[in-house]
Design a protein around this ligand. Sequence first.
Ligand code: Q9C
Ligand code: ZN
Length: 348
Amino acid sequence: MDNSKLLIIKNSDNYLHHPHIEIDEMTVKPHQEQPQRVENIERAIIKSNLPVSFSEIHSYGEDIVKDIHTAELINSIKQISMDSDETEYNMPYVFGLTPVTERRSKEIKRVSYHCMDMGSPIGKYTYQTALLSASISYEGARRLIDGQKYIYGLCRPPGHHAENNVYGGYCYFNNAGVAANHFIKSGKSKVAILDVDYHHGNGTQRIFYDTDAVLYVSIHGDPDLEYPYYTGFDDETGSGKGLGANLNMPLPIGTDEERYLKALNRACEKILSFKPDVLILSLGLDTYKRDPICRFILEVETYEKIAKKIKSLNYPTLVLQEGGYCVPDLGKLAVSFFKGYLEDLLND
Ligand code: Q9C
Ligand code: ZN
């Protein structure tokens, strides 16, 4: 165990999932969620000489997602992957809005039984890669339980939009959900998830909405105007035992560093009062001013400040990569974040 370093968990096969297009606002666009995203981050961190060590991991089996996702969702993603040729990607164009029956059409590639948008294509390797991404998160949770205090799971594809029975928003399995579930099963009694991705993590919220064992706190673009539109409002506070263990902080378009850091302070107070055993940080780098799908205006240096604040909470922390689409700048953003996060180690 070496807690003078950040442990970075990764898998080099993530490039196998490589959708080329998505449909957004009636337009076919190049897909934002590219393998170069994590390549750039990894390269920049290596070049930065920050105190890190890398661990390349292999896949765990499907069991790691079974507690948080339905068999129907898992099998549907698996089936569409298996039925796809090497270069073929599929997404539905028919979305059934009435509750679906047991009966499944043969055209599972065309009909949405579980998919929430037209930005999340499934290809031959999507199931495998999504499971690898979840495995990174699972391994991160295991290593943290073993005593490693600071871990960064370089997950790709991201996870926070994936619900128990739904995939979408470039997410297939909920990586943060896999880790939180493993923490709870391993005897941690309270887990806090702080989600700083630009988009509300509807999946993570939904999975833990009824439990008081997992606190979900999210700072994101106002869902009145931003994806995923149907959740992320501040009156969604949890239900049943989970009432009060869900905090949404939607922020307006144009949010700058000052406004953002104020919201972060409030988020951190909520986490402190929850007294978690561990923290999961869903780290989206898509709140950046040059991000192509973001309407906040955070600077490169803002990430260093965000990181210092989160580090000051002093919890064993599993940082998981979520969104972030300004590919050429992602490395800089991640380095800025971890420079702030590891600052005390640098001064030693
Ligand atoms: N015109 C993550 O950051 N597209 N997913 C929205 C609006 C979907 C982003 C485009 C964005 C999903 C993990
Ligand atoms: Zn996002």
